[in-house]
Ligand binder design. Structure first.
Ligand code: P1T
Length: 392
């Protein structure tokens, strides 16, 4: 997808899209086929086998590439995968035994598990550091091959300076990959800040309707995209065409949805910060956030992810979460419906208790994925649940 002068909202609808050539269908067909007829032996139109090529998947890839590359004048590329973890794996498959990776310490529990329990066994070394607090020159030594970061992070919403980390990564010849799942390209575009690639769990905001599991890697480096395509074709971790179609449909309303996620979250942050039973509240754009300056410099806003601590023990936090009615107790995030969870026993249970403690994830930490419902209903729900938890 070539850089375009169109605004972001227009790209979300039209980026990389054109009517289907045979019929003019405005919505791309779901090419539900595993293979393509050839006109002779090894004679085909570029579509040979669906693990390698699928037109519906290519439409999704072009759309995400256009959004992550919205600030760039050069072309951007994207490869889609069967899940966010598959997208993360695709990057790790580019590494060799003995390679060193510096990763942020506060990351999705499943990513931590993938690094420490799968790829570390293949001889890749992972060092976890709090990239929001250290000088990149100290955190990223010579010889580092890959720097992996989430910003804002899951679940503590720490913010790290992408441009400063990208500069250091480039100095030592490392690749910087930013998991942009929480911020989305609506609010943050890491490629324009110097990252080599962006990863998404499209399961979350990009699809936005809690009905698909998927992932994507976007880059402005044609050679890197080529290597990722080779890896995907070899490993076979591609998504199916229906999932690509649903994700592409969800993506078209991403800018609209993010506006409402943000407005609701900001109102909830104000309400939580004023509540006597609530302790620390974590939200990157709040004045109280320790890295709010970096957040405001590199993001134009933020969506619906909030974490907070109740001034209470773990049992009270559990009672609170279980007393919610509009907020559904569930893992995942970024859908139109509001979700609530306790990371220590849900999304980050795959980390060891020691790793959680070192990262600062308290057992009673509550994580909200604020949806696009009416904000008064969301506040009323949390209010009655806090009442119920503390009166028990
Ligand atoms: O679930 P999957 O599509 O494989 O995506 C993995 C993933 C990658 N990166 C981030 C930042 C994530 O948050 C996730 C998945 N996270 C959850 C399921 C969760 O509830 O936090």
């Amino acid at each position: 997808m070539k850089g375009s002068s169109h605004r972001f909202e227009t790209l979300a609808i039209h980026g990389g899209q054109s009517p289907e050539p045979t019929t003019g269908a405005v919505s791309p067909p779901v090419f539900q086929t595993s293979t393509y007829a050839q006109s002779g032996v090894a004679k085909h139109s570029g579509y040979e086998y669906a693990r390698t090529h699928n037109p519906t998947r290519e439409k999704l890839e072009a759309a995400v590439a256009s959004l992550e590359g919205a600030d760039l004048s050069e072309p951007t590329f994207a490869t889609a995968y069967a899940s966010g973890c598959a997208a993360t794996s695709a990057i790790q498959h580019l590494l060799d035994a003995g390679d060193r990776v510096v990763s942020g310490d506060d990351i999705y529990g499943g990513t931590w598990r993938l690094f420490t329990k799968v790829f570390a066994r293949q001889g890749i070394r992972y060092d976890f550091v709090d990239l929001s607090h250290v000088d990149p020159a100290d955190a990223i030594p010579e010889g580092t091959r890959l720097v992996w970061m989430e910003t804002p992070t899951n679940p503590l919403l720490k913010v790290a300076d992408i441009a400063a980390i990208a500069a250091r990564a480039r100095q030592v010849g490392a690749m910087l990959v930013v998991d942009n799942t929480f911020a989305t390209p609506v609010f943050q575009r890491p490629l324009s800040l110097g990252a080599h690639a962006v990863v998404h769990s499209t399961t979350k905001y990009i699809n936005g309707h809690a009905d698909v599991v998927g992932g994507v890697v976007a880059t402005a480096d044609a050679g890197l995209d080529e290597r990722l395509r080779f890896v995907r074709n070899s490993v076979g971790n591609q998504p199916g065409p229906w999932d690509c179609w649903l994700t592409l449909r969800g993506l078209k309303t991403l800018p609209l949805r993010m506006e409402r996620h943000q407005a609701n979250a900001r109102a909830l942050v104000d309400w939580l910060e004023a509540h006597p039973r609530v302790g620390r509240v974590f939200y990157p754009m709040a004045d109280s956030h320790p890295q709010v300056e970096v957040a405001r410099r590199q993001m134009s806003g933020f969506g619906g992810m909030i974490s907070f601590e109740l001034d209470a023990d773990l049992d009270t936090s559990v009672r609170f979460v279980e007393a919610c009615g509009v907020f559904t107790i569930a893992e995942s995030l970024g859908g139109v419906e509001s979700l609530i969870e306790l990371p220590a026993v849900m999304t980050h249970a795959s980390m060891t208790p020691e790793a959680r403690r070192a990262t600062g994830i308290a057992d009673g930490l509550v994580r909200l994925s604020v949806g696009i419902e009416h904000v008064d209903d969301l506040i009323a729900d949390l209010d009655q649940a806090i009442g119920a938890a503390f009166s028990a």
